[in-house]
Design a protein around this ligand. Structure first.
Ligand SMILES: NC(=O)c1ccc[n+]([C@@H]2O[C@H](COP(=O)([O-])OP(=O)(O)OC[C@H]3O[C@@H](n4cnc5c(N)ncnc54)[C@H](O)[C@@H]3O)[C@@H](O)[C@H]2O)c1
Length: 386
């Protein structure tokens, strides 16, 4: 079995080459937050013949300079924050690759400056931030796409195709989530686990992918109510961090979360996600319908991989049968496709490939789980139409 680092690096190193691209219009791109995931962004942008990477920003002094040097790019102007970069550059597009806590401020500022935004997942931290982002996007008329690269994976597309085919009938219950037995991400420090950087934990890191997989498959119905629970038993335990027991004091997010969500259309969503647990998996993803149910074998659910064949359980002529859909082998570079689809949307005046009108529901669920857990009761979600 691959270790966490191998799994995390797998998509970053994908060497799939560029496709035919119209280079008559070049896009000037800036990168905000030159940390770990920014490598995957620049790796994709550098394969695009219609992109000029002109600027970058990071709060850590010297980090952006080192980043561009490492990628062999000269002449890229660097700035100490998103604000200075956006105040001083004429950009067509930015990638927001900052930690969760600054997603909203960077995205809103870029949109206000008339710049198209590819925003890393999760969309932000709270529902209030997501609403503010949507309002800024609407006012700007620019493209805002959220960085869910599994959308471009053939197996994830297959899940949606199965639902769309109608073979499951009316969907009424979904169970999703998953996670890691041990896998609180602290390889480069504490940006995923601190309140002022990560702000949300397993839910923002991997849970949002599980939610996106099933919500996208069923057409993103509006979430109505949430009963949520979050815990931090592993995150707050110094033994979790050999060599860095002090991380336990910094830990201020969820390492486990569970939610029971009512969706429009009478659908129940039962969700749980773990960064650490004494269990192999909290279960497969299942989508239950009146004519058939789909089982998607458990996976870490962060990069569009599936853990085995999809299975549809149904009844044919009085017999209970199972239809097996083998995993689709593919060399699609999902990260490249996520960046390319964003650039194509800008150039073609097309809708965002992963629109915030959908992902605001994903964020509302995550935020609802936090708020319900704090309140100790079910909460009603109030998500305005924007
Ligand atoms: N799509 C994926 O597969 C994937 C994988 C990993 C991480 N992510 C997401 O990417 C985001 C970043 O993760 P990471 O691992 O790269 O974190 P990181 O901590 O390594 O990097 C974030 C960087 O952003 C900088 N930053 C923060 N606010 C800034 C601002 N206002 N202006 C300029 N720079 C700013 C920080 O100084 C830091 O260097 C997270 O939201 C995470 O969920 C996505």
């Amino acid at each position: 079995m691959a270790n966490n680092q191998e799994i995390m690096d797998a998509f970053k190193n994908n060497q799939e080459g560029p496709k035919e691209i119209d280079t008559t219009r070049k896009l000037k791109v800036g990168l905000i937050g030159t940390g770990w995931i920014c490598d995957a962004h620049i790796n994709s942008y550098m394969k695009m013949p219609d992109v000029e990477i002109v600027a970058g920003a990071d709060l850590v002094p010297g980090k952006a300079d080192e980043f561009f040097k490492r990628w062999g790019l000269e002449g890229v102007r660097t700035y100490p924050s998103h604000k200075e970069m956006l105040d001083n550059e004429e950009l067509d597009a930015v990638s927001v690759c900052t930690y969760n806590k600054t997603h909203a401020e960077c995205t809103i500022y870029a949109l206000e400056k008339g710049v198209n935004v590819l925003l890393e997942k999760p969309m932000c931290v709270t529902l209030e931030e997501a609403i503010a982002i949507r309002e800024a996007e609407k006012k700007s008329g620019k493209v805002l796409s959220i960085g869910f690269q599994p959308r471009f994976d053939p197996n994830m597309k297959k899940v949606k195709e199965v639902v769309d085919s109608g073979v499951l009938g009316k969907i009424y219950y979904i169970q999703t989530g998953g996670g890691r037995r041990r896998g609180i991400p602290t390889p480069f420090g504490t940006s995923f686990i601190a309140a002022d950087t990560g702000a949300i934990g397993a839910m923002g890191d991997i849970g949002c992918y599980s939610l996106d997989m099933v919500l996208n498959a069923i057409g993103y119905p509006k979430p109505l109510t949430v009963t949520g629970y979050i815990s931090d038993f592993f995150g707050k335990d110094p033994a979790t961090y050999p060599g860095h027991p002090e991380y336990a004091d910094v830990f201020a997010v969820d390492d486990f979360a569970a939610g029971f969500i009512r969706l429009e259309g009478g659908i129940i969503l039962d969700f749980r996600i773990a960064w650490a647990m004494n269990l192999d998996t909290p279960g497969d993803t299942i989508i239950m319908g009146t004519k058939g149910s789909l089982r998607i074998p458990s996976t870490e659910c962060w990069n569009g991989s599936i853990g085995g064949p999809l299975k549809i359980y149904s009844e044919v002529a009085g017999s209970q049968v199972e239809t097996v859909i083998p995993p689709i082998a593919s060399n699609v570079d999902c990260f490249y496709e996520k960046v390319r689809s964003f650039l194509d949307a800008i150039k073609n005046n097309a809708p965002a490939p992963v629109p915030s009108s959908q992902i605001i529901y994903n964020q509302a669920i995550i935020d609802g789980i936090v708020k319900s857990s704090q309140a100790g009761k079910e909460i009603v979600l109030d998500i305005p139409e924007i």
